[in-house]
Design a protein around this ligand. Structure first.
Ligand code: FES
Ligand code: FES
Length: 152
């Protein structure tokens, strides 16, 4: 089936199998490997991207379901060579160790901050409850998001 969507501001049209998952479309067809594949069962959040501005787990959607819509992946956040405040926050506040969960955390946090300008620590933790990190203990991730919230 032919899909047509805007990915990180670029219009794409591709022929895909009906059963292709959105995460595999992004990584293997669009070449955007910043979106990670973890559990493939909607648990870990490593595959989180923005679909029409809202965070979705791209392992639980088919590419054909995203046709006609607008996607943003972690590669689409930096503008004119400048990191997005969320990316800067993860850098400055040491919000990652291995980095596997980081793109998904950043995209989930992007959704959160688009709905809530200055979330409390509890609201940040609730906003990220669909994203798992095996390394950091979460405290630095919360700080990274607070850093971004002060700059957006
Ligand atoms: S890979 Fe999608 S939620 Fe884990
Ligand atoms: S930094 Fe390793 S899983 Fe989160």
């Amino acid at each position: 089936m032919r899909v047509s969507m805007i990915v990180n501001g670029e219009q794409r049209q591709d022929e895909v199998e009906d059963r292709l998952l959105l995460v595999h479309y992004l990584r293997e067809v669009a070449g955007l490997t910043g979106t990670h594949v973890g559990c493939e069962s909607s648990l870990c959040g490593a595959c989180t991207v923005l679909l029409d501005g809202r965070a979705v787990k791209s392992c639980t959607l088919l590419a054909v379901q995203a046709s006609g819509r607008r996607l943003v992946t972690v590669e689409g956040l930096a503008q004119n060579g400048r990191l997005h405040p969320l990316q800067e926050g993860f850098w400055e506040e040491h919000g990652l160790q291995c980095g596997f969960c980081t793109p998904g955390m950043i995209m989930a946090a992007h959704d959160l901050l688009s709905r809530m300008k200055h979330p409390s620590e509890a609201e940040i933790r609730r906003g990220l409850e669909g994203n798992l990190c095996r390394c950091t203990g979460y405290q630095h991730i919360v700080k990274a998001i607070e850093y971004a919230a002060q700059r957006l």
